[in-house]
Ligand binder design. Structure first.
Ligand code: DX5
Ligand code: ZN
Length: 221
């Protein structure tokens, strides 16, 4: 089955975002991944509401918002107003995840939870039936262009088993180091959504790269 592909804006050209958004709008991309970083939860600062709201006016696909911030529950309504369709919080950053997920749903968004590389999937057992998406970080969050962590395949398989066992319909999204070579292994391991930043935006033809990511079962040399 063809995965959903979410290009990550973090690797786009911020000097000419309109051009990259136009490429995305004309491509087979399913949603646009937005990385919100606060310099506290992760050692980097990305962009915030003004950029997100400007992007939202131009992009024609849903916004998949990945919050790498402390106290993300304080900003759920604000991200809803800014146009998020999917809102993903880090398990490591939230004290009251159950109520945060309920609030996301109450505002009409899809709810996701993200796990850092060191966080085991079994911590999601109780919350999984409520989730629309689980985002497995396949690099340490904070920067684009890092190397994929190979042990992530086992983690994805464990998550898939837990999703089935708990009767959850959550989609599995992976983020970090996704490329044209590992995409098909990720799909075979059970991944539904591929996030790709540098692989898409640093390629000569981002739309063609997105098309190739969506057809991962054809081996890439
Ligand atoms: C990293 C971000 C990613 C990043 C991925 O913390 O969450 O979404 O943009 O970039 P690549 O695909 O280049 O690893
Ligand atoms: Zn991300």
């Amino acid at each position: 089955m063809s995965p959903l592909v979410a290009p990550s804006l973090l690797s786009a050209n911020f000097g000419n975002l309109d051009a990259d958004i136009e490429i995305i709008n004309r491509s087979q991309a399913d949603m646009l991944h937005l990385d919100i970083m606060d310099g506290v939860f992760v050692p980097n600062i990305s962009f915030g509401f003004p950029v997100m709201e400007a992007v939202r006016k131009k992009v024609t696909i849903p916004l998949d918002v990945h919050l790498m911030i402390v106290n993300p529950e304080n900003y759920i309504k604000r991200f809803s107003e800014a146009g998020a369709s999917f809102l993903t919080l880090h398990l490591e950053a939230v004290n009251h995840l159950h109520s945060a997920v309920a609030e996301i749903h109450g505002l009409g968004m899809k709810a996701g939870v993200s796990l850092n590389p060191h966080t085991p999937v079994w911590l999601l057992e109780e919350i999984l039936p409520m989730l629309d998406l689980v985002l497995i970080m396949t690099v340490n969050p904070g920067f684009g262009g890092q190397a994929f962590i190979q042990s992530s395949y086992d983690k994805i398989k464990k998550l898939k088993e837990l999703i089935i066992r708990t009767g959850s319909s959550a989609l599995i999204e992976v983020d970090g180091g996704v490329d044209l070579k590992n995409a098909r292994h990720l799909i075979n391991a059970g991944v539904d959504i591929l996030v790709a930043g540098s692989t898409v935006f640093k390629s000569d033809d981002p739309a063609e790269t997105i098309r190739l990511l969506k057809n991962p079962n054809k081996p890439v040399a």
